[in-house]
Design a protein around this ligand. Structure first.
Ligand code: FAD
Length: 419
């Protein structure tokens, strides 16, 4: 058995793990990353939001991503029958990036991981964490099985668990908790987008609302393929008949906007189905570890917040551990848990109000209120810690109250018309 020593062990080489690893390495901290899969590997989560660009830039990973010519994403379009609501990130409230990418994650994550390796970071693919034991001082011994089947030990001062749905530490430490988001499921695949229209329409990322709680995503990639997926209550997804391919085709057929474009195209792989994906944990950190990205909490795909929270929490974990190593006191509950929970709670409100229909009422209300739109746009761009934005600060009430006023206005208009 090989015994290795490192300052920080990072479990998982997704965006969360790569951002944390790169930042720590750039600050001369000894890091080891263990990744269960062989890359490139498929993972869902293809629509990014601008806040991630801050993280990739600060981690020194942005230039390698730019070189890949992924499809640029400047906003998002929401469709409801004949109604359209488009957000343009350049018109958002406040500071921050006004573009990002829509990406096939196999290529995107592979680019990140390759850059991490190029920097000289010790990243071991096809190595699975089997167990972790913590010592009283927070240091730990992790048991890993490598691709030859050998069992080795990694001794670390700190662990950043970025294992996504592997949820390594939540499983071992029994930290799983139910999500506050209603139970939703999804079916998705990629197609060769042979009927893609020329110009902007062909590459526009869109969310087509088929029913208040059921929506279709269309995410065109620069390689000519497009990701299509449906999200809805688990009972709805499971009520669709036939194979996953038949079920997804049936849903695409319900879309007036996209039916013709995807009528005769074949899926590049049998659609995947993920049921009840929302998850949470009882705590985000403890002595000697943090949980980041999907290993901690995942809400819902609707506003593409997954990768953003993954990189935000990966980056913050790295920064706080560095601060501690430099001899400064870190209040993990305040500086990590409270901070992350604030942003997650803002997004959780938007997700919940999407499925109640209140947010859709705001999106499709005409005439548009440009101040409201700018502020919601900043939230959709991932700037959910900006308390100058009243749609961040008052998230708990503002959407519900505005939707109520809009609906009341409609009722009063109708009554005065009837009388
Ligand atoms: P991951 O990217 O999942 O990486 C975790 C890594 O850990 C994996 O490579 C895995 O192999 C490795 N690992 C697991 N177990 C072990 C182990 N025991 N030992 C070693 N390594 C291990 N997010 C968005 O931002 N935009 C979207 O459009 C979007 N759409 C989504 C649609 C659906 C239907 C779902 C379910 C999710 C979606 N997400 C989306 C969320 C997104 O998939 C995740 O939030 C994101 O991938 C999390 O990144 P991560 O780095 O935490 O984990």
């Amino acid at each position: 058995m090989l015994k290795q020593q490192t300052d920080v062990l990072i479990i998982g080489a997704g965006p969360s793990g790569c951002v944390a690893a790169s930042y720590l390495h750039n600050n001369n901290i000894k890091v080891k990353v263990v990744e269960k899969s062989k890359f490139p590997r498929f993972v869902i989560g293809e629509s990014l939001i601008p806040r991630v660009m801050d993280h990739f830039e600060e981690a020194g990973l942005l230039e390698s991503l730019k070189a890949m010519n992924f499809e640029k994403k400047f906003g998002a379009r929401f469709i409801r029958g004949e109604e359209i609501c488009e957000f343009d990130f350049s018109e958002k409230f406040g500071e921050g990036w006004d573009w990002t990418w829509q990406v096939p994650r196999a290529d995107f994550d592979n680019t990140l991981a390759k850059e991490v390796v190029n920097k000289g970071i010790d990243l071991e693919f096809e190595s699975e964490v089997l167990d972790v034991v913590f010592n009283e001082d927070g240091s730990s011994i992790t048991t890993v099985k490598n691709k030859e089947g050998d069992i080795n030990e990694i001794h670390a001062r700190f662990i950043i668990d970025s294992s996504g749905y592997g949820r390594v530490l939540p499983r071992i430490l029994k930290l799983d908790a139910p999500s506050s988001i209603p139970e939703n499921s999804s079916l998705f695949s990629h197609v060769k987008d042979v009927n893609r229209p020329e110009g902007r329409e062909g590459v526009l990322i869109s969310f087509d609302i088929l029913e208040t709680k059921v929506w279709l995503w269309v995410i065109p990639f620069s390689n000519g393929n497009t990701s299509i997926g449906v999200v809805g209550p688990t009972s709805f997804i499971n009520s669709l008949g036939g194979s996953n391919a038949e079920a997804l085709k049936e849903v695409i057929n319900r879309s007036d906007f996209y039916r013709d474009r995807f009528k005769d195209v074949d899926f590049l792989f049998e659609p995947h189905k993920i049921e009840n994906y929302s998850c949470s944990v009882t705590k985000l950190c403890g002595p000697g570890f943090t949980l980041t990205g999907n290993s901690s909490e995942f809400l819902d795909p609707v506003f593409s917040s997954g990768v953003c929270f993954a990189t935000e929490s990966g980056m913050l974990s790295a920064k706080l551990f560095l601060k501690e190593l430099q001899g400064e006191k870190v209040d993990w509950d305040k500086e990590y848990t409270e901070y992350m929970k604030y942003g997650v709670n803002v997004f959780a409100t938007y997700v919940k109000e999407w499925y109640t229909g209140n947010l859709q009422t705001l999106f499709f209300h005409r005439p548009e209120n440009s101040d409201v739109k700018k502020k919601i746009c900043a939230v959709l761009a991932g700037y959910v810690w900006d308390k100058e934005n009243s749609f961040v600060k008052k998230h708990a009430h503002v959407i519900k109250n505005m939707a109520y006023m809009i609906e009341m206005g409609k009722t009063m208009d109708q009554e005065s018309y009837d009388n």
